[in-house]
Design a protein around this ligand. Structure first.
Ligand SMILES: Nc1ncnc2c1ncn2[C@@H]1O[C@H](COP(=O)(O)OP(=O)(O)O)[C@@H](O)[C@H]1O
Ligand SMILES: [Mg+2]
Length: 302
């Protein structure tokens, strides 16, 4: 039976303008195309769970505006349950303008949204009924904390996507998570702006209470520290065309793998394969592989 994963946190809308050369001054420029795609860590992770055959729910917030409705619709089209993706009247959704040149260089201007209430009181008490694991990101602390606490009561595994955030957010969330998987900028921000030694930073993460402390290193793979020590897994060698969403997809795949009962090393290998396959396609979500594609790929690697 497929496992049900709840992903709680960020959803944003990316508006992408491909150009030949990156503008270097003010003026008027012509784009070669125009794309509107959903992004955000937890929201994209939910899409990954659904693509991989899991049942996915996204819990999050946006404005009751055009961008909010587009994000909701896109997630629903991917098969994600959006019944608790709440659109607030009078609030503004998070939107990014992305200019990408012919070499793939990006200029991103993000508007984080406005007047979106922080309270998570409206999340339903039955949110975790029938659920096997919870993935949270660091962009909605109240929502993640509420569902992590509920997950603890029910003995469900919890995973955190550790992107850059404030010390308060890390202190609140880390004691509630079993698996904290950071990006490099995220681990740097946890370590007060600099990392002397990855292993040392991961040890500091583990001291906050999580069993598995990890950092994804892009093309350099993933590093994790658990009871048995420090482990490194190289990234899979795939033709890379677009790394957008690699980390988000990694986290969704990892949470599903843990929910399915995979051991940590096996879950890391599975999610690295999913992320690598995504990187060989354009788009943060459109390139996410199916379960069959991942299995086939992993079979070929033996
Ligand atoms: N160029 C790449 N080739 C293969 N796998 C990659 C590549 N970039 C990212 N990945 C995979 O995706 C994971 C997450 O990527 P990373 O860039 O660290 O996260 P984020 O997107 O959050 O910055 C990596 O640990 C790796 O498994
Ligand atoms: Mg990330």
């Amino acid at each position: 039976m497929s496992k049900h994963i709840v992903c709680v946190g960020k959803s944003t809308l990316d508006q992408i303008w491909p150009v030949g050369d990156m503008p270097t001054s003010g003026g008027k420029f012509r784009a070669a195309g125009y794309l509107v795609l959903g992004g955000g860590m937890a929201a994209t992770a939910a899409v990954a769970v659904a693509r991989l055959g899991g049942e996915a729910s996204f819990c999050g917030r946006a404005g009751n505006d055009g961008a909010g409705h587009m994000m909701q619709q896109e997630l629903a089209d991917y098969g994600v349950d959006v019944s608790q993706f709440k659109l607030f009247d009078g609030a503004r959704s998070s939107v990014s303008a992305i200019i990408v040149d012919r070499n793939g260089e990006r200029m991103i201007v993000n508007y984080p949204g406005g007047d979106i209430p922080d309270s998570a009181d409206w999340l339903r008490d039955d949110t975790l009924n029938g659920v096997s694991a919870v993935l949270g990101d660091v962009r909605w602390m109240e929502g993640a904390a509420r569902l992590y606490q509920e997950a603890r009561k029910r003995n469900l595994p919890t995973v955190m996507d550790g992107e850059a955030a404030s010390a308060t957010i890390f202190s609140t969330l880390l004691p509630l998570v079993d698996h904290a998987i950071f990006s490099l900028p995220g681990l740097r921000s946890f370590s007060g702006g600099r990392i002397v030694d990855h292993a040392e930073s991961l040890q500091a993460v583990r001291l906050r209470g999580c069993k598995v402390a990890s950092v994804t290193l892009g093309a350099q793979g993933v590093l994790w520290l658990d009871d048995e020590g420090l482990h490194h897994l190289r990234a899979f060698d795939t033709p890379v065309v677009d790394t957008t969403g690699a980390g988000d997809v990694f986290h969704g795949a990892y949470t599903l793998a843990i929910a399915e009962g995979m051991r940590v090393a096996e879950a890391m290998r599975f999610s690295s394969a999913v992320a690598a396959l995504k990187c060989s396609h354009h788009g943060g979500r459109a390139g996410i592989p199916t379960r069959e594609e991942v299995n086939q790929f992993l079979e070929q690697q033996k």
